[in-house]
Write a protein that binds this ligand. Structure first.
Ligand code: KG4
Ligand code: ZN
Length: 335
């Protein structure tokens, strides 16, 4: 069967998600229950709280995904689930649910890597072509991944300290903005000017790695030093200057990687790919009449969701990879 209907489940962080995807391409249904409002009170994701909310919401989210797909278990060919990486307690809820459903309905179980999921979100909006390069930018990850062919992943660069989304969230906290900070900084920066020259961590020649902790500290120091002088920096300008520094580095790395590896496509995905300045800068660097095709999934497929897990699961399906009933959540799973 080349067009399997897969029920996909994702619970690696703070979104409880289920989707039905056909042939790794067509979204039949896509349901996400966000816990954002709950975690906002704590200023970040509290793992224990996330797990408990997954337990509460999981069944209803799956039910909704099936009802809106107008399907029952007999219409499905497989169950897919995020195996890792992520918060262990959160992963366990999805993994255990998927195993129980696969067992009860005698369906094959497909294990999916969360980052492979983010990358294959591209398949839901375009046709992936290889070799490809993916820039995955989220609250937990900042990675450049080379895909020589379907199902093969080589991480050529990653962050040595903070993930880019983490830097956004920390800078937002310094500016006393609510969690998650990314969208807040995005909004503020649009009204500001790049008036402060924050550092750009280029690292050693030729490196594809990233580092954002120096930039984060520079923003913190600038804000605090101004306070000590009895001044207040214009938050819009701090946001715009910080964002300019981030975007410069991400675009430089993506351009260099795409040209050195002679890829056909560049995929930019993960929560931070929702950022307007980043999207615009990438579109400018990779114009539609250029050699490298740029795919940036729409916002709802960039942030955590289960449709992307269904898309990536199709590769396991084709290869005949199946998980056993001993499948476990793997918080540090390698790609
Ligand atoms: O992919 P995601 O939903 O969850 C993880 O797997 O981490 O990414 C969440 C991250 C958060 O750090 C959030 O602040 C950031 O993505 N983010 C943004 C924007 N929207 C979300 N960062 C910058 N600009 C945005 N518009
Ligand atoms: Zn994610």
């Amino acid at each position: 069967n080349d067009n399997p209907r897969i029920l996909a489940i994702e619970t690696s962080c703070d979104e409880t998600a289920a989707a039905v995807v056909e042939g790794g391409k067509n979204i039949i249904s896509n349901v996400v229950a966000s816990q954002m409002d709950i975690h906002r009170r704590f200023g970040g994701v509290v793992p224990e709280v996330a797990s408990r909310h997954h337990v509460e919401n999981m069944t209803a989210v799956i039910e909704e995904a099936l009802v809106s797909a107008d399907m029952d278990y007999k219409d499905l060919d497989a169950i897919a689930v995020t195996e890792g990486p992520g918060l262990v307690g959160a992963l366990l809820v999805g993994v255990n649910t998927a195993k129980a459903l696969a067992y009860a309905h005698n369906l094959p179980l497909l294990p999916v890597h969360h980052i492979a999921g983010h990358i294959h979100a591209a398949e839901l909006v375009g046709n992936m072509a290889y070799p490809a390069m993916a820039l995955v930018v989220s609250g937990g990850h900042t990675s450049l991944i080379y895909l020589p062919e379907e199902g093969k992943y080589e991480t050529i660069g990653e962050t040595r300290d903070d993930a880019v989304g983490e830097a956004y969230d920390k800078v937002a906290r310094t500016l006393e903005l609510p969690y998650p900070g990314g969208p807040e900084i995005d909004r503020l920066a649009a009204e500001g000017e790049v008036s402060i020259d924050f550092p750009r961590a280029w690292l050693e020649n030729g490196s594809y790695d990233f580092s954002f902790s120096g930039l984060k500290s520079a923003v913190l120091n600038a804000v605090h030093n101004a306070e000590q002088r009895g001044e207040k920096l214009v938050p819009e300008n701090v946001a715009a200057s910080f964002q300019a520094s981030v975007v410069d580095v991400l675009v430089e790395r993506a351009e260099r990687a795409a040209s050195e590896y002679e890829v056909k496509q560049l995929i930019v995905t993960g929560g931070v790919a929702a950022n307007r300045a980043l999207r615009e800068a990438m579109r400018h660097s990779f114009p539609s009449d250029g050699e490298v095709e740029l795919i940036i999934p729409p916002l709802s497929l960039c942030t955590d969701n289960a449709a992307m897990i269904g898309a990536a699961a199709n590769i396991a399906w084709k290869k005949g990879e199946r998980a056993g009933y001993d499948l476990n959540g793997e918080p540090g799973l390698a790609l």
